[in-house]
Design a protein. Structure first.
Length: 138
């Protein structure tokens, strides 16, 4: 029994569709993560796509970790490289840390790799500190 034989017909169609993007609209518990992980494994195992040329992006750390774990399990350690499975935020931070020096600011100066990303609380603290420094009240 092949890997994709474990999917229902709709799931299998989505997993086998490898040309162009695929939109999977389905409710909770319907197997979306399963379809995506099987699609990744199908690309690697059946179509010979190098694992490190695959990017899967999700919204939550939980979904990202679950997907990566499932792909690892299905691949069974048969490949040295792995697909990049991460959240949007994590992927963007990784890209910025790698390539930010290539960006130029309005003055023509480049940005540095030691960037910081502030959450809402950090942002408020910075604004308050600036306001205090300028002699303004909170």
């Amino acid at each position: 029994m092949g890997l994709l034989d474990q999917l229902n017909p709709q799931q299998r169609e989505a997993a086998e569709t490898v040309e162009g993007p695929v939109l999977i609209l389905a409710g909770a518990g319907s197997g979306k993560t399963r379809v995506i992980t099987y699609r990744i494994v199908h690309l690697i195992e059946d179509l010979g796509v190098p694992p490190d040329s695959i990017l899967a992006v999700t919204f939550t750390n939980k979904a990202s970790a679950e997907m990566a774990e499932r792909v690892d399990h299905l691949l069974g350690g048969r490949h040295l490289s792995k697909p990049l499975i991460s959240t949007f935020h994590s992927f963007c931070v990784r890209t910025l840390r790698r390539d930010i020096e290539a960006l130029k600011g309005p003055s023509g100066a480049g940005y540095r790799k030691d960037l910081a990303i502030y959450d809402e609380s950090d942002q408020q603290n910075v604004v308050k500190a600036v306001m205090r420094r300028l002699g303004m009240g909170d």
